[in-house]
Design a binder for this molecule. Sequence first.
Ligand code: IPM
Ligand code: MG
Length: 372
Amino acid sequence: MAKYKIAWLPGDGVGVDVMDAAKIVLDKLQLDAEYIPGDIGWEFWRTEANPLPDRTIDLIHNCDCALFGAITSKPKEEAENELIPELRGKGHIYASPIVRLRQEFDLRTNLRPCKAYTGNPLNYKDGIDIVVFRENTEDLYSGVEFFPLPDDVREAVMKHNKKMARFDKHPANEVAVSLRINTKTGCRNIVTDAFEYAKKFGYKSVTVVEKPNVIRETSGLMVRTAREVAKNYPDIQLWETNIDAMCMWLIKNPLDYGVLVTSNMFGDIISDLCAQLVGGLGFACSGNIGDDTAVFEPTHGSAPKYAGQHKVNPMAMLLSTKMMLDWLGETEMGERLEEAISSVIKEGKVRTYDMGGSNTSLEVAQAVAARL
Ligand code: IPM
Ligand code: MG
Protein backbone atom coordinates (compact mmCIF):
# COMPACT_ATOMS: atom_id res chain seq x y z
CA MET A 1 0.00 0.00 0.00
CA ALA A 2 1.19 3.48 -0.82
CA LYS A 3 2.15 5.78 2.05
CA TYR A 4 -0.34 8.47 1.01
CA LYS A 5 -3.71 8.57 -0.63
CA ILE A 6 -4.33 11.77 -2.53
CA ALA A 7 -7.68 12.78 -3.96
CA TRP A 8 -7.00 13.90 -7.52
CA LEU A 9 -9.50 16.60 -8.50
CA PRO A 10 -8.67 18.25 -11.85
CA GLY A 11 -12.08 19.94 -12.16
CA ASP A 12 -12.73 22.06 -15.24
CA GLY A 13 -10.89 23.60 -18.17
CA VAL A 14 -7.22 24.22 -17.66
CA GLY A 15 -7.50 22.59 -14.23
CA VAL A 16 -6.99 19.35 -16.12
CA ASP A 17 -3.97 20.72 -17.99
CA VAL A 18 -2.14 21.93 -14.91
CA MET A 19 -2.87 18.71 -13.03
CA ASP A 20 -1.18 16.83 -15.89
CA ALA A 21 1.81 19.05 -15.22
CA ALA A 22 1.70 18.30 -11.50
CA LYS A 23 1.68 14.58 -12.21
CA ILE A 24 4.92 14.88 -14.17
CA VAL A 25 6.79 16.33 -11.20
CA LEU A 26 5.16 14.03 -8.63
CA ASP A 27 6.16 11.00 -10.68
CA LYS A 28 9.70 12.29 -10.95
CA LEU A 29 9.83 12.88 -7.20
CA GLN A 30 8.53 9.34 -6.72
CA LEU A 31 6.23 10.41 -3.93
CA ASP A 32 4.89 7.18 -2.47
CA ALA A 33 1.26 7.99 -3.14
CA GLU A 34 -1.86 6.65 -4.73
CA TYR A 35 -3.75 9.29 -6.70
CA ILE A 36 -7.49 8.67 -6.75
CA PRO A 37 -9.51 10.70 -9.26
CA GLY A 38 -12.65 12.45 -8.04
CA ASP A 39 -15.59 14.08 -9.80
CA ILE A 40 -15.94 17.80 -9.33
CA GLY A 41 -16.94 20.70 -11.53
CA TRP A 42 -19.27 22.03 -14.14
CA GLU A 43 -20.07 18.74 -15.83
CA PHE A 44 -21.51 17.41 -12.57
CA TRP A 45 -23.46 20.59 -12.02
CA ARG A 46 -24.98 20.26 -15.49
CA THR A 47 -25.86 16.61 -15.25
CA GLU A 48 -26.47 16.05 -11.53
CA ALA A 49 -27.19 19.59 -10.31
CA ASN A 50 -24.31 19.07 -7.93
CA PRO A 51 -20.77 20.14 -8.82
CA LEU A 52 -19.45 18.37 -5.73
CA PRO A 53 -21.16 14.96 -5.56
CA ASP A 54 -21.30 13.05 -2.27
CA ARG A 55 -18.99 10.39 -3.68
CA THR A 56 -16.29 13.04 -3.97
CA ILE A 57 -16.83 14.14 -0.38
CA ASP A 58 -16.46 10.49 0.69
CA LEU A 59 -13.32 10.15 -1.39
CA ILE A 60 -11.71 13.14 0.29
CA HIS A 61 -12.64 11.74 3.71
CA ASN A 62 -10.76 8.60 2.76
CA CYS A 63 -7.63 10.39 1.56
CA ASP A 64 -4.82 12.22 3.32
CA CYS A 65 -5.46 15.37 1.32
CA ALA A 66 -6.53 16.58 -2.11
CA LEU A 67 -4.93 18.27 -5.06
CA PHE A 68 -7.36 20.38 -7.02
CA GLY A 69 -7.15 22.04 -10.43
CA ALA A 70 -9.75 24.68 -11.22
CA ILE A 71 -13.44 25.17 -11.40
CA THR A 72 -15.87 27.04 -13.59
CA SER A 73 -18.25 29.26 -11.63
CA LYS A 74 -21.16 31.22 -13.04
CA PRO A 75 -23.85 33.46 -11.55
CA LYS A 76 -27.11 31.88 -10.44
CA GLU A 77 -29.28 32.37 -13.56
CA GLU A 78 -26.60 31.44 -16.04
CA ALA A 79 -25.84 28.29 -14.09
CA GLU A 80 -29.51 27.28 -13.99
CA ASN A 81 -29.76 27.68 -17.77
CA GLU A 82 -26.95 25.22 -18.35
CA LEU A 83 -28.56 22.39 -16.41
CA ILE A 84 -29.83 19.49 -18.49
CA PRO A 85 -33.53 20.10 -19.24
CA GLU A 86 -34.88 17.59 -16.71
CA LEU A 87 -33.09 19.37 -13.87
CA ARG A 88 -34.14 22.90 -14.80
CA GLY A 89 -36.78 24.80 -12.83
CA LYS A 90 -36.41 22.53 -9.79
CA GLY A 91 -34.87 25.18 -7.56
CA HIS A 92 -31.28 23.97 -7.85
CA ILE A 93 -28.90 26.76 -6.96
CA TYR A 94 -25.30 26.68 -8.06
CA ALA A 95 -22.82 27.02 -5.23
CA SER A 96 -19.09 27.04 -5.80
CA PRO A 97 -17.73 23.58 -4.96
CA ILE A 98 -14.45 25.00 -3.70
CA VAL A 99 -16.27 27.22 -1.22
CA ARG A 100 -18.34 24.19 -0.17
CA LEU A 101 -15.23 22.04 0.23
CA ARG A 102 -13.70 24.66 2.48
CA GLN A 103 -16.79 24.67 4.70
CA GLU A 104 -17.58 20.95 4.58
CA PHE A 105 -14.07 19.99 5.71
CA ASP A 106 -13.53 23.05 7.88
CA LEU A 107 -10.46 24.04 5.87
CA ARG A 108 -10.27 27.13 7.97
CA THR A 109 -6.95 28.51 6.79
CA ASN A 110 -6.27 29.66 3.28
CA LEU A 111 -2.54 30.08 2.93
CA ARG A 112 -1.33 32.01 -0.12
CA PRO A 113 2.39 32.60 -0.48
CA CYS A 114 3.38 35.20 -3.09
CA LYS A 115 7.09 35.14 -3.76
CA ALA A 116 8.94 36.95 -6.54
CA TYR A 117 11.26 34.29 -7.96
CA THR A 118 14.44 35.73 -9.38
CA GLY A 119 14.33 35.99 -13.15
CA ASN A 120 10.57 36.07 -13.45
CA PRO A 121 9.98 38.83 -16.02
CA LEU A 122 6.52 39.40 -14.57
CA ASN A 123 7.75 40.39 -11.12
CA TYR A 124 6.55 43.81 -10.12
CA LYS A 125 9.69 44.14 -7.99
CA ASP A 126 12.34 41.63 -7.07
CA GLY A 127 12.46 40.52 -3.46
CA ILE A 128 8.74 40.50 -2.79
CA ASP A 129 7.91 37.78 -0.29
CA ILE A 130 4.37 38.07 1.02
CA VAL A 131 2.20 35.39 2.56
CA VAL A 132 -1.52 35.95 2.88
CA PHE A 133 -3.47 34.18 5.60
CA ARG A 134 -7.10 34.31 4.60
CA GLU A 135 -9.82 33.07 6.94
CA ASN A 136 -11.54 30.50 4.78
CA THR A 137 -14.98 29.49 6.05
CA GLU A 138 -16.77 32.54 7.46
CA ASP A 139 -17.41 36.18 6.63
CA LEU A 140 -19.28 37.15 3.46
CA TYR A 141 -18.67 33.60 2.27
CA SER A 142 -20.93 32.14 4.96
CA GLY A 143 -23.66 31.74 2.38
CA VAL A 144 -26.31 33.23 4.67
CA GLU A 145 -28.10 35.42 2.19
CA PHE A 146 -31.62 36.68 1.57
CA PHE A 147 -33.42 37.70 -1.57
CA PRO A 148 -36.17 38.72 -1.56
CA LEU A 149 -35.82 39.88 2.02
CA PRO A 150 -38.31 37.97 4.23
CA ASP A 151 -40.49 40.22 6.39
CA ASP A 152 -39.56 38.52 9.63
CA VAL A 153 -35.86 38.94 8.88
CA ARG A 154 -36.43 42.61 8.16
CA GLU A 155 -38.40 43.03 11.40
CA ALA A 156 -35.87 41.15 13.48
CA VAL A 157 -33.04 43.30 12.19
CA MET A 158 -35.08 46.46 12.76
CA LYS A 159 -35.79 45.41 16.34
CA HIS A 160 -32.07 45.25 17.09
CA ASN A 161 -30.79 48.06 14.91
CA LYS A 162 -32.78 51.15 13.98
CA LYS A 163 -30.47 51.87 11.05
CA MET A 164 -32.53 49.31 9.20
CA ALA A 165 -35.35 51.89 8.98
CA ARG A 166 -33.52 53.54 6.11
CA PHE A 167 -34.42 50.57 3.95
CA ASP A 168 -38.14 50.58 4.85
CA LYS A 169 -39.17 52.23 1.62
CA HIS A 170 -37.66 49.43 -0.46
CA PRO A 171 -39.90 46.44 -1.17
CA ALA A 172 -38.66 42.94 -0.29
CA ASN A 173 -37.89 42.04 -3.87
CA GLU A 174 -35.61 45.02 -4.17
CA VAL A 175 -33.45 44.33 -1.14
CA ALA A 176 -30.67 41.76 -1.06
CA VAL A 177 -28.83 40.87 2.14
CA SER A 178 -25.63 38.85 2.47
CA LEU A 179 -24.54 38.42 6.05
CA ARG A 180 -20.95 38.91 7.06
CA ILE A 181 -20.59 36.46 9.92
CA ASN A 182 -17.29 36.19 11.77
CA THR A 183 -16.54 34.35 14.96
CA LYS A 184 -13.97 34.93 17.64
CA THR A 185 -12.71 31.37 17.10
CA GLY A 186 -12.35 31.97 13.37
CA CYS A 187 -10.43 35.19 13.97
CA ARG A 188 -8.25 33.67 16.66
CA ASN A 189 -7.36 30.65 14.55
CA ILE A 190 -6.34 32.57 11.47
CA VAL A 191 -4.36 35.15 13.39
CA THR A 192 -2.62 32.45 15.40
CA ASP A 193 -1.70 30.60 12.21
CA ALA A 194 -0.26 33.82 10.81
CA PHE A 195 1.84 34.48 13.91
CA GLU A 196 3.04 30.89 14.11
CA TYR A 197 4.15 31.12 10.50
CA ALA A 198 5.90 34.44 11.14
CA LYS A 199 7.69 32.87 14.10
CA LYS A 200 8.71 29.76 12.21
CA PHE A 201 10.04 31.60 9.18
CA GLY A 202 11.50 34.64 10.92
CA TYR A 203 9.16 37.42 9.82
CA LYS A 204 9.36 40.47 12.10
CA SER A 205 5.75 41.59 11.73
CA VAL A 206 2.24 40.42 10.99
CA THR A 207 -0.15 42.86 9.33
CA VAL A 208 -3.84 42.53 10.06
CA VAL A 209 -5.81 43.94 7.13
CA GLU A 210 -9.40 44.98 7.87
CA LYS A 211 -11.72 47.99 7.97
CA PRO A 212 -12.70 48.41 11.63
CA ASN A 213 -13.26 52.17 11.33
CA VAL A 214 -16.42 51.45 9.32
CA ILE A 215 -17.28 47.77 9.70
CA ARG A 216 -17.03 48.03 13.45
CA GLU A 217 -18.26 44.69 14.59
CA THR A 218 -16.81 42.11 12.22
CA SER A 219 -13.60 43.86 11.24
CA GLY A 220 -13.42 45.10 14.81
CA LEU A 221 -13.55 41.55 16.10
CA MET A 222 -10.65 40.54 13.88
CA VAL A 223 -8.47 43.45 14.94
CA ARG A 224 -9.29 43.13 18.65
CA THR A 225 -8.55 39.43 18.49
CA ALA A 226 -5.30 40.06 16.63
CA ARG A 227 -4.20 42.37 19.46
CA GLU A 228 -4.92 39.64 22.00
CA VAL A 229 -3.11 36.96 20.04
CA ALA A 230 -0.14 39.26 19.38
CA LYS A 231 0.56 39.40 23.12
CA ASN A 232 1.76 35.80 22.91
CA TYR A 233 4.42 36.80 20.38
CA PRO A 234 6.42 39.63 21.95
CA ASP A 235 9.12 39.44 19.26
CA ILE A 236 6.73 39.98 16.37
CA GLN A 237 5.06 43.32 15.76
CA LEU A 238 1.39 43.59 14.91
CA TRP A 239 0.70 46.15 12.21
CA GLU A 240 -2.88 47.24 11.54
CA THR A 241 -3.99 48.55 8.17
CA ASN A 242 -7.28 49.16 6.41
CA ILE A 243 -7.97 47.06 3.34
CA ASP A 244 -8.30 50.04 0.99
CA ALA A 245 -5.08 51.68 2.11
CA MET A 246 -3.35 48.31 2.05
CA CYS A 247 -4.01 48.04 -1.68
CA MET A 248 -2.10 51.28 -2.14
CA TRP A 249 0.71 50.39 0.23
CA LEU A 250 1.26 47.05 -1.46
CA ILE A 251 1.72 48.78 -4.80
CA LYS A 252 3.89 51.52 -3.31
CA ASN A 253 6.07 49.55 -0.89
CA PRO A 254 5.58 45.82 -1.46
CA LEU A 255 8.92 45.00 0.16
CA ASP A 256 7.75 46.37 3.50
CA TYR A 257 5.27 43.55 4.01
CA GLY A 258 5.58 39.90 4.90
CA VAL A 259 2.76 38.06 6.63
CA LEU A 260 -0.74 39.46 6.07
CA VAL A 261 -3.81 38.17 7.84
CA THR A 262 -7.40 38.96 7.03
CA SER A 263 -10.97 37.75 6.71
CA ASN A 264 -12.36 35.75 3.84
CA MET A 265 -13.60 38.41 1.39
CA PHE A 266 -10.75 40.85 1.91
CA GLY A 267 -8.35 37.91 1.68
CA ASP A 268 -9.83 36.92 -1.65
CA ILE A 269 -9.21 40.41 -2.99
CA ILE A 270 -5.83 41.15 -1.48
CA SER A 271 -4.43 37.76 -2.47
CA ASP A 272 -5.16 38.48 -6.14
CA LEU A 273 -3.40 41.80 -5.75
CA CYS A 274 -0.39 40.10 -4.14
CA ALA A 275 -0.39 37.42 -6.83
CA GLN A 276 -0.14 40.09 -9.49
CA LEU A 277 2.92 41.53 -7.77
CA VAL A 278 4.77 38.28 -8.39
CA GLY A 279 3.61 37.34 -11.85
CA GLY A 280 -0.15 37.01 -11.75
CA LEU A 281 -2.41 34.06 -11.34
CA GLY A 282 0.08 31.81 -13.12
CA PHE A 283 2.13 31.94 -9.92
CA ALA A 284 -0.63 32.04 -7.33
CA CYS A 285 -0.58 28.88 -5.28
CA SER A 286 -2.71 28.12 -2.26
CA GLY A 287 -3.47 25.66 0.46
CA ASN A 288 -6.89 25.28 2.08
CA ILE A 289 -5.87 23.81 5.37
CA GLY A 290 -7.89 22.23 8.16
CA ASP A 291 -7.01 20.12 11.18
CA ASP A 292 -7.76 16.82 9.46
CA THR A 293 -7.24 17.40 5.78
CA ALA A 294 -6.22 19.98 3.22
CA VAL A 295 -6.91 20.88 -0.39
CA PHE A 296 -4.15 22.45 -2.47
CA GLU A 297 -5.02 24.46 -5.56
CA PRO A 298 -3.76 27.17 -7.87
CA THR A 299 -6.02 30.17 -7.39
CA HIS A 300 -6.59 30.77 -11.09
CA GLY A 301 -9.85 29.86 -12.74
CA SER A 302 -10.60 27.27 -15.38
CA ALA A 303 -9.91 29.62 -18.36
CA PRO A 304 -12.30 27.70 -20.67
CA LYS A 305 -10.87 29.26 -23.83
CA TYR A 306 -7.51 27.58 -23.17
CA ALA A 307 -8.91 24.24 -22.02
CA GLY A 308 -6.99 21.23 -23.27
CA GLN A 309 -4.32 23.32 -24.97
CA HIS A 310 -1.72 22.93 -22.23
CA LYS A 311 -1.03 26.59 -22.69
CA VAL A 312 -1.35 28.10 -19.23
CA ASN A 313 1.43 28.52 -16.73
CA PRO A 314 1.57 25.47 -14.46
CA MET A 315 3.79 27.21 -11.88
CA ALA A 316 0.86 28.01 -9.59
CA MET A 317 -0.08 24.33 -9.65
CA LEU A 318 3.50 23.16 -9.13
CA LEU A 319 3.93 25.56 -6.22
CA SER A 320 0.66 24.28 -4.76
CA THR A 321 2.10 20.79 -5.10
CA LYS A 322 5.12 21.95 -3.12
CA MET A 323 2.76 23.23 -0.42
CA MET A 324 1.09 19.82 -0.35
CA LEU A 325 4.43 18.07 0.09
CA ASP A 326 5.26 20.38 3.01
CA TRP A 327 1.88 19.74 4.61
CA LEU A 328 2.34 15.99 4.28
CA GLY A 329 5.65 16.35 6.09
CA GLU A 330 7.70 15.65 2.95
CA THR A 331 9.58 18.91 3.42
CA GLU A 332 12.78 17.70 1.83
CA MET A 333 10.86 16.86 -1.36
CA GLY A 334 9.05 20.19 -1.09
CA GLU A 335 12.36 22.02 -0.93
CA ARG A 336 13.73 20.14 -3.90
CA LEU A 337 10.65 20.97 -5.90
CA GLU A 338 10.84 24.65 -5.05
CA GLU A 339 14.53 24.75 -5.95
CA ALA A 340 13.81 23.11 -9.29
CA ILE A 341 10.98 25.57 -9.97
CA SER A 342 13.08 28.58 -9.07
CA SER A 343 15.99 27.36 -11.18
CA VAL A 344 13.76 26.94 -14.25
CA ILE A 345 12.41 30.46 -13.71
CA LYS A 346 15.90 31.87 -13.21
CA GLU A 347 17.28 30.24 -16.32
CA GLY A 348 14.33 31.62 -18.29
CA LYS A 349 14.58 29.19 -21.20
CA VAL A 350 11.34 27.31 -20.75
CA ARG A 351 8.41 29.64 -20.36
CA THR A 352 4.70 29.71 -21.03
CA TYR A 353 3.11 32.51 -23.05
CA ASP A 354 2.35 34.75 -20.06
CA MET A 355 6.10 34.97 -19.40
CA GLY A 356 6.85 35.73 -23.03
CA GLY A 357 7.66 32.16 -24.01
CA SER A 358 5.95 29.60 -26.20
CA ASN A 359 6.36 26.43 -24.18
CA THR A 360 3.46 24.30 -23.04
CA SER A 361 2.43 23.61 -19.47
CA LEU A 362 3.85 20.13 -19.89
CA GLU A 363 7.20 21.33 -21.19
CA VAL A 364 7.53 23.59 -18.19
CA ALA A 365 6.74 20.66 -15.88
CA GLN A 366 9.27 18.51 -17.73
CA ALA A 367 11.92 21.20 -17.33
CA VAL A 368 11.21 21.29 -13.61
CA ALA A 369 11.24 17.50 -13.40
CA ALA A 370 14.58 17.37 -15.21
CA ARG A 371 16.13 19.41 -12.40
CA LEU A 372 14.82 17.24 -9.61
C1 IPM B 1 -10.28 32.00 -4.87
C2 IPM B 1 -11.39 32.11 -5.86
C3 IPM B 1 -12.67 31.54 -5.23
C4 IPM B 1 -13.00 32.40 -4.04
C5 IPM B 1 -13.86 31.42 -6.19
C6 IPM B 1 -13.51 30.56 -7.38
C7 IPM B 1 -15.08 30.92 -5.52
O1 IPM B 1 -11.56 33.41 -6.28
O2 IPM B 1 -9.96 30.88 -4.43
O3 IPM B 1 -9.69 33.03 -4.53
O4 IPM B 1 -13.71 33.39 -4.17
O5 IPM B 1 -12.53 32.09 -2.97
MG1 MG C 1 -10.06 34.72 -5.54
